[in-house]
Design a protein around this ligand. Structure first.
Ligand code: GCO
Length: 454
């Protein structure tokens, strides 16, 4: 079983929990704007108040302390500290994060900071966001502000959370802020700037704090092979890292979630061949590209995998086939497949390919939870889900894949993007009318699990 050095944690993100959207000089983010447009978010929910964590700092830290986690992954709201994205710094915003980090350390909890979890400054959006070739420098400037403020206390940093979503869902399918349908060519350009932003940010952190541990948190699109036959195992690996070549019908192919497309540039210093073949003209000239890759592919200390669900795949001649659903297959409240095998296969294949320490930076589920008449939240489904997923993770860990820690998503029920407050991912129930927090049964289960490992 996981040994004592394993980092048990929980995770959240600024826009999903903080609220205080207009407080103390915070600037607007694209999510502040998007949530006010009719038809974009379920029930027109928004993050103006959310869990009100901006005003409940002590309470949240107490909940974490009681849970017994060694680490907490949270994100910084970029426009809270730089209202225009660049330039003028908002001292009150910085002070909030500084106090928060102090409170965590005081409680014996290690902060794991995500610099960008989607609440992009609206002022920079107006300047062309990730399409503007200066966008990576904007992110580096913001990083510098944060490292100067927190770098003496924060040892673990993640640059970007899930570019698959903030680029793919934000600018391609348009279901997330800012809700655009850009062309694949624009997406390629934005991806390049996004990767460059990661690279420049990492360099800023390392220049200031060489001892800091820096990585990223990306969606890990993992799958489970249909059988242990070599052909199926290879098909699963191919699906994870060569989905484009292995997909027979490429009509409407959406590449914005492909693992090789996002991980290979950073981890292997190159785009997949199909990208360079098809989109060469939309990438910088050869010499510039070479220089950019020096920044993009600097060594990271860890890769963060956000793992939720994945299908079963099987070999299909030269291609890969996604198996049909079985009747009665279990799904979570959000209709995501209960598929614990991805914890084993996903971490195994990732480690095999990139040979870099792994953190599970997110894993969890949305469940139909409410506070019962007895005052408790009986979320047995979550307990069973986490138990299943963690057993598979442990199997991979026992086999020697270098997995350093696990962050449960999420500490609190929170604003689930386009789904609003309909989906409850928390270990702690939040009443969004009153802000009241009620730890669920799964919170106590996780607490016991952590205590039993220490
Ligand atoms: C992510 C998202 C989280 C979601 C969670 C559940 O990083 O995947 O950023 O914010 O809330 O994944 O969908």
């Amino acid at each position: 079983m996981f040994d004592q050095s394993f980092i048990w944690g929980a995770a959240t993100a600024s826009y999903q929990i903080e609220g205080g959207a207009y407080d103390d000089g915070k600037g607007l983010s694209v999510w502040d704007m998007f949530t006010k447009v009719e038809g974009k978010v379920y029930n027109m929910d928004h993050g103006d108040v959310a869990c009100d964590s901006y005003h409940k700092l002590e309470e949240d830290v107490a909940i974490l302390k009681e849970l017994g986690v060694k680490a907490y992954r949270f994100s910084i709201s970029w426009p809270r500290v730089l209202p225009n994205g660049i330039g003028e710094v908002n001292a009150k915003g910085l002070d909030y994060y500084s106090r928060f980090v102090d409170a965590l350390l005081e409680a014996g909890i290690e902060p794991y900071v995500t610099l960008f979890h989607w609440d992009y400054p609206y002022e920079l959006y107006k300047k062309g966001q990730w399409l503007n070739d200066a966008s990576s420098d904007w992110f580096a400037e913001y990083t510098k502000v944060m490292v100067d403020c927190l770098g003496d206390r924060v040892k673990h940093w993640m640059t970007l959370n899930e570019p698959q979503c903030f680029i793919g869902l934000g600018y391609f399918s348009g279901v997330h802020a800012p809700g655009h349908h850009y062309s694949a060519f624009d997406i390629i350009r934005m991806t390049h700037n996004t990767l460059l932003a990661h690279g420049k940010s990492l360099k800023v952190i390392k220049d200031a704090r060489p001892e800091a541990s820096v990585g990223f948190a990306f969606v890990a699109n993992a799958v489970v092979p249909k059988s242990l036959e070599q052909a199926d195992v290879d098909a699963a690996r191919d699906f994870m890292f060569n989905r484009y070549e292995k997909t027979e019908n490429k009509d409407d192919y959406d590449f914005t979630f492909d693992n090789d497309y996002w991980y290979d540039p950073i981890m292997l210093g190159k785009y997949p061949d199909w990208v360079t073949k098809m989109y060469r003209d939309y990438l910088p000239e050869e010499e510039q590209l070479r220089k950019d890759f020096e920044l993009i592919s600097q060594k990271v200390d860890f890769i963060g995998l956000n793992l939720y669900q994945g299908p079963v795949v099987e070999a299909d001649g030269p291609y890969v086939k996604v198996s049909k659903q079985k009747p009665g297959q279990p799904f979570t409240a959000l209709n995501w497949l209960v598929s614990e095998g991805i914890m084993y296969w996903g971490t195994k294949f990732m480690y095999e390919r990139y040979q870099t320490p792994i953190y599970i930076t997110e894993n969890g589920l949305s469940n139909k939870d409410w506070v019962s008449l007895d005052g408790k939240v009986h979320d047995e489904g979550r307990i069973d889900f986490l138990d299943r997923y963690l057993r598979q993770l442990d199997k991979s860990y026992q086999e020697g894949n270098d997995i350093r820690g696990y962050f449960q998503w999420s500490l609190l029920d929170n604003f689930e993007w386009a789904e609003g407050y309909k989906e409850r991912f928390g270990l702690v129930h939040v009443d969004f009318e009153t802000g009241k927090r009620t730890p669920k049964e799964s919170y106590y289960w996780y607490k016991n699990l952590i205590a039993s490992k220490n």
